[in-house]
Design a protein around this ligand. Sequence first.
Ligand code: APR
Length: 235
Amino acid sequence: MHRQMNIVILTGAGISAESGVPVFRGPDGLWEGHRVEDVATPEAFEANPELVHRFYNQRRAKLLDPAIQPNAAHLALARLEKESAAHVLLITQNIDDLHERAGSENLLHLHGELLKSRCTTCGNVAPLLAETSTSSKCQACGNIGTLRPHIVWFGEMPFHLEEISSALRAADWFVSIGTSGNVYPAAGFVSLASHAGARTLELNLDPSQTSDSFQESRLGPATQLVPAWVNEILG
Ligand code: APR
């Protein structure tokens, strides 16, 4: 009997670009008007928590705009998980919820989630649709001013690394979609998967920093490349 094939997929900002969520490192990148160090580090939150709350409140409001919807690439990956005989694990660097809305279930958010808060006192993680500020109250412990975005900032440890490392060691396919390969550890996943013998494929608009590490690299918009690749896999 054949063992089940393992497909591990990594996504980045590029998969959500055609849904209207701006990428990080483009001309109209998300950081426009802010230096990354001013909004996405623990030091920034310590120095100016109101600014950091405001920055994420704006991003959350934008994500909740009804115009922002999963696109054909998100939907194709959800379909792959449902219809393929393979075991499909989706790892996303994105903090949006477009993979969930498209129907993906076996999904890990490496860099956290925009629609969740975390209490710095009791550690409670809670769904979050409203705005937060330095006077928000933790629903679990009742403390005021202890909520922060449930986001992995620069200098913090990404989530789920042990599970991801085991999955990469067992991967038959590693596919990276819409990521520039600038941020580690995600940028190193292709090497781990390659060493484990996986077939590696990159689907991206432009060549990434790590394109040379992939056996195959296809250039184009995710809404075209991803459904086409999923159709190939599903035969
Ligand atoms: N289809 C496919 N790829 C696209 C598309 C598209 N429509 N539009 C843009 N891209 C590609 C770009 O060519 C680029 O290589 O997506 C990539 C986006 O790169 P970044 O903006 O650097 O985003 P990402 O790689 O996800 O960033 C990684 O950096 O700031 C941190 O934590 C943040 O998770 C983020 C991490």
